[in-house]
Design a binder for this molecule. Sequence first.
Ligand code: NOJ
Ligand code: MG
Length: 650
Amino acid sequence: MDNKAYTYSGEEIGHELADVPAADDGTKAGDIAVKIDDGPEGDAEKPTVVYIGLTREELLEYSDKTGWVVARWTILILLILGWFGILAGATYIMVSTPRCLPWWQTAVFYQVYPRSFKDSDNDGIGDMQGIEDKLDYFEDIGVQAVWMNPMYKTPGVDFGYDVSDYYEVDSTFGDMADFDRLLLTIKQRGMKVLLDYIPNHSSHHHAWFNESRLSVNNDYKSHYIWADPSCTGNPKDCPPNNWLSVWGGSAWEYEEDRNQFYLHQFLKEQPDLNWRNDDVKREFEEIMDFWLKKGVDGFRVSAVQHLLETEDYSKNELPNPEYEGNDTEEYNSLYHNLTKEYPGVHEIVQSWRSGEMDHYSTTGAYRFLTVEAHDSVDIVTSYYGVEREEANFPHNLNFLQIVDENGSGSGTRVKHHIDEWKEKMPEGSHPNFVLSNHDNSRIATRIGAGYARLCHVLLLTLPGSPTIYYGDELGMEDIEITQDILLDPAAKGDPAKSRDGARSPMQWTSERLAGFSNGSKTWLPVHPNYETVNVEVMEKDDQSILNLFKKLTSFRADEERVIPVGEMDYVIVNEDILSYTRAATLSGYNRYLVTMNFGRGGSTDDYFEQDDTLPIEGEVVISSHMDRNGDTVQLNKLFLQAGEALVIKI
Ligand code: NOJ
Ligand code: MG
């Protein structure tokens, strides 16, 4: 190291210091008070630098000078003001910066029915490898969360909703390694995975039921709901009470070994589990743990309303006063206050939310819960949780009713269903809208293919999170179900009641079997329209419904402060037209007018007159028929053809 001298002599520091008189010990200002030792002791060339500061009296003398006093106070006041300024600024930034939205509030949810999405092993049934082969497609169409219908081990009587092992994957779909790989690869692409959770009933082939049915003296004896015959004649003719299964007929099945009946609110192959038994609760917590630990992002709880029943099996259910038919076997003929929505069900959902679901939720990995409930909007929305949190949102299956029995929607009808949900959900909750699923006829079939595009515009511009059923993005329609191909056990042999129609294979290409399978046949027939209604053809057509869907999902993603969580105000609403504006709750974002014509003919309307916040013209950013994108339109005389919808930047 260079031993260069640091000579702070009085001269170098300045005249003022050098002129200060010497202190008592003979040193004077300008000599240094700090020794900078920069070399070995005794070094001949080592400099000694001496500096001495001002004495106390001198300092006091200086400090009382007006200039110094003013300077000191000025600095102090500036510091205090600065500190408050920083505090105010930080508070403003914290309050005004929009918080990151949770993934489940911005995601488009896509429902995959695994049997029907893509077959990789040519057995005519879709499987997990098939889904993995199509991951690019999820990204292409802009969905962020994939809900898979059950892929657990199952005899398949209710196509997977009869589970014989909740910890195993059914061989039809692959094995656990296939599942793990599928989960990983979906998540690597930043998408989320939801599974069905089926706590109300297991399969009659589940190991618990195999034990339970044997005797009244084993560890599983009360895993299910068992009740004695109600009379002493032939026990088979004496079910405990009049309860009916959702799909018709008695909800009780006689079991000779126990001389008792077991309850099944669905098929007799689906015995109801006993949710008053703590062992059952624990089993299901462990099942949840198992899948959450693997990295699954959430669940759709199936048939949640049926978890509990009265414990008094001598009670009959009363006739439903609203039932107009005369079929005493039909579920709707009774009023189900003893078997559905029975007190205690909500506490179970709360316990999952605050238990497993919260336990496995971490920053950046929030676990999501939704439930399936078929009831009035009042009851369904109660699954948001009234005092304690339950589902993030229940599936809004009531929204399917936007189409009436004649296959028509109308502006007023749709508005009613939007408002009903928004008004009844707890304040500050996040809505959800659904137009199709595996238990109902597809939207394009119910409303008519000519209105399927408009339905995309509706579903994807409403506030909240939409759930899309696979194939709906193509406008897929139900296949026709005849007696010879009928599979759905819920239909009880009546093709008209079958849910099979909405479960046909995904239409990928114009090739044989729509590119769904290379096998010889598929488990349900492919829709005959597959040569034109398929992904391959539609991807190439700029104006296809599929490209409309993609445009809408990317618009939603770009405008996440406006669409999923923004404000909505109606403009013109009548039998034909439904229109509303969408805007962010914060300033600095775009504003849009969305308008749809549900009518049977064209309609020209004056939106400008209706709403004085609207400009006289706007730019079409999305046209349902993909032929008016970029057009400037006059809002005082805007024409929409039947089934047409526009998203207009205003
Ligand atoms: C709800 C499912 O969505 C449906 O497909 C099933 O049949 C019932 N649960 C009964 O398991
Ligand atoms: Mg297969």
